[in-house]
Design a protein around this ligand. Structure first.
Ligand SMILES: C=C(CC[C@@H](C)[C@H]1CC[C@H]2C3=CC[C@H]4[C@H](C)[C@@H](O)CC[C@]4(C)[C@H]3CC[C@]12C)C(C)C
Ligand SMILES: C[S@@+](CC[C@H](N)C(=O)[O-])C[C@H]1O[C@@H](n2cnc3c(N)ncnc32)[C@H](O)[C@@H]1O
Length: 360
C-alpha cells in the first residue's frame, strides 16, 4: 500500500468515525437517532404517498379552507416531521429568543418556564398543555412548577414518544398525555387550574374554537398563556415578497393561514377572557430567535446527505428526503420572516377566565 492510499484510507476511516460518533451519536442525547427516522404512525411504505398528499393540500388551496379537514392534515404533517424535529432540534418543538452565554437548551427551558410563571399556579395544581408535541415543555414546566401537567396532541405517535420521555425522566406520575383534538377536548368543564399553549394554536383553522375550548375547561379565575405565531405590524399584504415568505411558512408548517397579531386579543375577549397582558417576546432587547435556525445551515446540508444515504439503503422510509427538503426550505422562510420582522412565533397573550361568568 503506497502512502497516498494509506492517507486516503485513514482519512476515510476517521471521517466515518466522526460521522458515526458526532453526527449519528449526537442526536442520541435528544432521544432520536438518525437510523431510527420513521414516518410516525404511518407505515413506512406509505410515507411518500402521505407526503404527496400533504403537499397536494397546498396545490388545491380550497381543501385547507375546509376547516374540518385541518386536524387530519396536521396529524399527517406531524407523522412526517416528528422524528426529524426530535433528531435535528430536540424535544421542544418551538423557538425561543437567543440568550447570550446560554445554550439553546437553556434558552428553550427559560422560555418554557416563563409561560408557567405567568399563569401563577401552585405546586400540586393541574394544568393543561394544549398542543403538547413530544412533551419537552411539559417536562420542564412540571419540574419547575411542581404542577401536574396534562398534555393533548392530535398525533398518536407524539403521545407514545411523550409518554416514553416522561417515563425516562421519572415524571410519568406528574405528566399525562392524551391523544385528541384541542377543538373538542375530552375534559370536563372547569377542571384545570391553568393552561398554556406553546406555538400550537396556530394550527387551528379558527382561533375562536380552540380558545373557547380552553376557556371551558378552566376554573373561574384561572389563567391561560399562549405563544402565538402571527404576522406583525410590519407585514404588508400588498408586498409580493412578504406574501411569499408567509405562504412559505404556512406550507412548511401545516398552517391553515397565519393570523395577524391584532386578531389575537380580540378573539380572546370574544370567548370571554380578560386580557391581562400581550407582548411580542421577539422584540428587542430580545435576541433573534431565528439565529439558531441560521447557524444550523451547515448541519442541515450534512443532515440532507445523511437522510439521502439512509433512504437510499432503505433504512429511512422513502419520502424522508422530500420531507427533509421541505423543512430545509421552511427554515429559510422562517429566517426571512424573522429578519424582516414581518413574522413572530412568540406573540404572548396572557388571559384570565373571570371569577364570575358574564351574562351572555
Ligand atoms: C411550531 C412549529 C415548529 C417550529 C420548529 C420547532 C420547526 C420549524 C422548522 C423546523 C426545522 C427546519 C429545518 C430542519 C433541518 C433541515 C433538519 O436537518 C433538522 C430539523 C430542522 C432544523 C427542523 C427542526 C424543527 C423546526 C425548527 C410549527 C410547525 C407550528
Ligand atoms: C409545533 S408543535 C408544538 C408542541 C409543543 N407545544 C412544544 O412546544 O414542544 C404543535 C403541536 O400542536 C398539536 N396540535 C395541532 N393541532 C392540534 C389539534 N387540533 N388538537 C390537538 N393538538 C394539536 C400538534 O400535534 C403538535 O403537538
Amino acid at each position: 500500500m503506497d502512502s497516498l492510499t494509506l492517507v486516503c484510507t485513514v482519512s476515510l476511516l476517521a471521517g466515518g468515525l466522526y460521522w458515526f460518533v458526532c453526527i449519528l451519536g449526537s442526536a442520541e442525547q435528544k432521544g432520536k437517532h438518525a437510523v431510527k427516522l420513521s414516518g410516525g404512525s404511518i407505515e413506512r411504505q406509505h410515507v411518500q404517498e402521505n407526503y404527496n398528499q400533504y403537499w397536494s393540500f397546498f396545490r388545491r388551496p380550497k381543501e385547507i379552507e375546509t376547516a374540518d379537514k385541518v386536524p387530519d392534515f396536521v396529524d399527517t404533517f406531524y407523522n412526517l416531521v416528528t422524528d426529524i424535529y426530535e433528531w435535528g432540534w430536540g424535544q421542544s418543538f418551538h423557538f425561543s429568543p437567543a440568550i447570550p452565554g446560554k445554550s439553546n437548551l437553556e434558552s428553550t427551558r427559560i422560555h418554557e418556564e416563563m409561560a408557567v410563571d405567568l399563569i401563577g399556579v401552585k405546586p400540586g395544581q393541574k394544568i393543561l398543555d394544549a398542543g403538547c408535541g413530544v412533551g419537552g415543555p411539559m417536562r420542564a414546566i412540571a419540574k419547575h412548577s411542581g404542577c401536574n401537567v396534562v398534555g393533548i396532541t392530535i398525533n398518536e405517535y407524539q403521545v407514545s414518544r411523550a409518554k416514553a420521555h416522561n417515563k425516562k425522566a421519572g415524571l410519568e406520575n406528574q405528566c399525562d398525555v392524551v391523544c385528541g383534538n384541542f377543538l373538542q377536548m375530552p375534559f370536563d368543564d372547569a377542571s384545570f387550574d391553568g393552561a398554556y399553549s406553546i406555538e400550537a394554536t396556530c394550527h387551528a383553522p379558527k382561533l375562536e374554537e380552540v380558545y373557547s375550548e380552553i376557556f371551558r375547561v378552566l376554573k373561574p379565575g384561572a389563567m391561560y398563556v399562549s405563544y402565538e405565531w402571527v404576522t406583525t405590524e410590519l407585514y404588508n399584504g400588498e408586498d409580493p415578497e412578504h406574501v411569499e415568505v408567509i405562504h412559505g411558512i404556512e406550507r412548511g408548517d401545516a398552517l391553515p393561514g397565519l393570523r395577524s397579531y391584532s386578531d389575537i386579543a380580540e378573539v380572546a375577549k370574544k370567548v370571554g377572557f380578560e386580557v391581562v397582558k400581550e407582548k411580542d417576546l421577539a422584540k428587542p432587547p430580545a435576541r433573534p430567535w431565528w439565529s439558531r435556525l441560521k447557524m444550523g445551515r451547515i448541519a442541515y446540508w450534512r443532515n440532507h446527505i445523511l437522510v439521502t444515504v439512509l433512504e437510499f439503503f432503505g433504512i429511512a422510509p422513502k419520502g424522508t428526503v422530500d420531507v427533509h427538503e421541505m423543512l430545509f426550505k421552511t427554515a429559510d422562510y422562517l429566517t426571512k420572516g424573522g429578519e424582516t420582522g414581518i413574522f413572530t412565533p412568540m406573540h404572548m397573550i396572557l388571559c384570565k377566565k373571570p371569577e364570575k361568568q358574564q351574562e351572555s
